[in-house]
Structures are given as structure tokens and as C-alpha cells.
Design a protein around this ligand. Structure first.
Ligand SMILES: [Fe+2]
Length: 232
């Protein structure tokens, strides 16, 4: 198992003593995958979102989603086959790393939408439907220094900045137990996690926009994997 920390093992300044050996592991709880989308697919998603924003006939799915975000648009029908396959390959990569024998055809896309977040938009703690969920960051024009230097989110020594970050939640906040995982959104990132895993997104309070595309995959049904054979 891969250690959580790559920090060097501490050697106490007593040259006579044996070195202290040990590694930190996280053997419990859900696994999370972080990958990088190919640039062409990030460009494709941004083109779809830009066109939707300009056309005015976008399907607003704000009412169906958890986010308190001004603009949430349905993208499912616009995604190219190559892009859909690329996302699916990231999910297969994730399950392969978990030694789970899953192949591309075993999962089906089940909803894709985008969140065009600007100042004060946020996503309260929620979970998705389906089996796997993902978030892709396609655009982030929020200045990371402005995120911190405002009256609402001053970072303290022990408390790093949270504005604009996604946080995954699991388990109880207890001694020697990690119950939160925070990720700073970077353009091109794809995060994949089990759909039941609760997560939230913190607001930011400055200029700029952060676009993310989220969606779910579910396992294919028996009928989908075994379509009826055509007979004459
Ligand atoms: Fe979500």
C-alpha cells in the first residue's frame, strides 16, 4: 500500500540509537482518484459551456441539483463520444488501481452538468446518485491571492484557505482519524469518487469564475450488457 505521506522518516539526533522506522497508511474509508484531463477535452467542455451561455436556450437544471449556484446547465447531450470515453477511462483507471476487475463497457454515463460558479455560489454537503461521480475543472479565473485576502476568508496558520475548494467528507472527526479531504480546483483536474461520498464546495467572494463539470456513472444493467439479438 502506498504511504500517505512522502515525508522522510524522522531520525532522532542520537547516532547511537536505531533509526525509527514506520509509514502512515489509510487502510479504511473510500478511495478517491485525481487525474488530469487531456487539453482537447477541457477545450471541448469549455466550448459547450460558452455556446450554452451565449445561446440562451440552455436547459437550466438548478432546481434538480444541490448547488446554490446561479448557473447550472445540462450538458449530457453535447458531450462527444471521444470525451465520454476519456472520462470513462479515468474511472476504469481508478477501479483498476483498486484491483477491481471492471471494464469500460460495464459502466454507463448517467447525467452530466456544469456549474458556472461566481462569487458567493456554493454547494452544501450532498451526495449523488449512481455508482461513480466525477468533477472536472475546466476554467478557473479566480485569483488565488484574492481568495485569501478578503474579509470573509483569511487563512490562518493552522487553517488553510478554504474558499472555492471542494471538500469530501467521510467518517467522524476523531483522534487520529481523517474525516475530510480538501482539494484546490486546478484547470484540467478530474476527481472521481464513489457517488455516495458526501462532498461540499465552499464559496469565494471575489471576481472571477470557476467552471466545473460534474456527472455520474452507474453500472450497466444485464439487458444493456446483453442486448437482444436481432432475428430475421
Ligand atoms: Fe456534487
Amino acid at each position: 500500500m502506498k504511504p500517505l505521506s512522502s515525508k522522510k522518516i524522522q531520525h532522532f539526533p542520537d547516532w547511537e540509537s536505531q533509526p525509527i522506522n514506520g509509514e502512515t497508511f489509510a487502510p479504511f474509508g473510500p478511495a478517491v482518484y485525481i487525474g488530469k484531463m487531456h487539453d482537447e477535452f477541457v477545450d471541448e467542455l469549455n466550448t459547450h459551456i460558452t455556446n450554452l451561455n451565449q445561446s440562451g436556450d440552455a436547459k437550466d437544471v438548478k432546481g434538480q441539483l444541490a448547488g446554490r449556484v446561479e448557473k447550472q446547465l445540462f450538458l449530457q447531450d453535447l458531450i462527444s463520444d471521444n470525451l465520454e470515453r476519456h472520462i470513462r477511462q479515468h474511472i476504469v483507471n481508478f477501479t483498476t488501481q483498486q484491483n477491481m476487475g471492471m471494464e469500460e463497457q460495464h459502466i454507463v454515463s448517467d447525467g452530466v452538468w456544469c456549474n458556472c460558479a461566481s462569487a458567493r455560489d456554493f454547494n452544501p454537503r450532498h451526495q449523488h446518485t449512481g455508482d461513480f461521480s466525477y468533477v472536472i475543472y475546466t476554467k478557473n479565473t479566480v485569483d488565488p491571492t484574492e481568495v485569501v485576502n478578503n474579509p470573509y476568508d483569511n487563512s490562518h496558520e493552522a487553517q488553510p484557505s478554504i474558499a472555492g475548494n471542494i471538500e469530501l467528507h467521510y467518517g467522524e472527526a476523531m483522534f487520529m482519524n481523517q474525516s475530510r479531504f480538501m482539494h484546490v480546483p486546478v484547470e484540467g483536474d478530474i476527481i472521481v469518487f464513489p457517488a455516495w461520498l458526501q462532498h461540499s464546495v465552499y464559496p469565494f467572494y471575489c471576481d472571477g469564475e470557476r467552471w466545473s463539470v460534474a456527472g455520474n456513472y452507474r453500472f450497466a444493467t444485464y439487458e444493456e450488457l446483453n442486448p437482444p439479438q436481432e432475428t430475421e
